[in-house]
Design a protein around this ligand. Structure first.
Ligand SMILES: [Zn+2]
Length: 231
C-alpha cells in the first residue's frame, strides 16, 4: 500500500463511552498501546481557572456553578475535537458525555471526524459486593475540580477539604454536598443517556463486576480493562 492509499484507508477508532459511578474515580488508567483515555483531566486547566474565580466571588452556590460549567464545557471543547482525530484502535471516554445533550453534541463531532457511532459500556457491581460499595461511598469524597474520589480521612482536616492532586481547598460541607449531588446526577443522567442510546440503536454492553474488598485501584482497573478489550 502506498502512503497515499494508507492515508485514504484511515482506520476508524472504536469509540467507547464508559459509564461508571464517579465514586470509582480513584482508578488510575494505565496507558495501553493504541488505546486513548479521555477524562475530565483533559479540561483541568480551564476548569481550575473558572473554579478559582468562583471561589473569589461565590455569587452562586457551588453546585449551580458546576452545572453551568459542565454545560459550557462541551460547546467549546477543542480538545475533544482533536481527540476524535487520534489514530488509536480505541478511544475510551470515561464518564463522558455527562448528559443526553452532551451526547448529541458529541455525535455531531463524531460524524464530522468520520468516526463510527460510539458504543456504550455500563458497569455495575454485583449485589454480593453491595456492602463494599456502601463502605466505599461512606469513606469517600469527590473533589469538585478534578472529580477524583478520595478517602475522607486523608483529605479533610478542621472542616476543610484539600485535594492532594490539585491542592485546591473547599469547605467540608461544600464537598460533601457536591459529592452527593454528583452521584445522584450521574445515575439520573446515565439513565437518560442509555435511553437515548437504545432509541438510536447504539450497541450497549452491560457488565457486572465484583468489587475488590480493599478498593484496590489496580485490580479494578484490570477487570475494567478486560471488559474494554472484549469490545
Ligand atoms: Zn482535585
Amino acid at each position: 500500500m502506498t502512503e497515499k492509499q494508507s492515508l485514504l484507508a484511515r482506520k476508524k477508532s472504536k469509540i467507547v463511552l464508559l459509564l461508571i459511578n464517579p465514586i470509582f474515580n480513584y482508578i488510575t488508567w494505565k496507558e495501553e498501546p493504541n488505546i486513548y483515555y479521555y477524562s475530565l483531566n483533559e479540561l483541568i486547566v480551564d476548569r481550575r481557572e473558572k473554579l478559582m474565580a468562583w471561589k473569589e466571588q461565590k455569587s452562586d452556590d457551588l453546585i449551580s456553578f458546576i452545572e453551568k460549567l459542565n454545560n459550557s464545557e462541551i460547546a467549546n471543547n477543542e480538545k475533544l475535537k482533536q481527540i476524535l482525530e487520534i489514530q488509536a484502535s480505541k478511544l475510551i471516554f470515561i464518564n463522558y458525555p455527562r448528559s443526553k445533550e452532551n451526547l448529541q453534541e458529541l455525535e455531531k463531532w463524531i460524524r464530522f471526524a468520520d468516526q463510527s457511532p460510539p458504543v456504550l459500556l455500563l458497569v455495575n457491581f454485583t449485589e454480593k459486593t453491595e456492602k463494599i460499595f456502601v463502605e466505599l461511598k461512606n469513606a469517600s469524597i469527590v473533589c469538585p475540580l478534578c472529580e477524583k474520589s478520595w478517602k475522607k480521612e486523608s483529605t479533610i482536616q478542621d472542616g476543610n477539604f484539600l485535594c492532594p492532586l490539585d491542592k485546591i481547598t473547599f469547605s467540608q460541607k461544600e464537598v460533601e454536598e457536591f459529592t452527593e449531588w454528583l452521584l445522584d446526577d450521574h445515575v439520573k443522567k446515565s439513565v437518560e443517556i442509555v435511553e437515548y442510546g437504545k432509541k438510536n440503536k447504539y450497541k450497549i454492553f452491560q457488565r457486572e463486576l465484583s468489587l475488590p474488598t480493599d478498593f484496590e485501584s489496580e485490580i479494578l482497573q484490570k477487570s475494567l480493562q478486560e471488559q474494554i478489550n472484549k469490545i
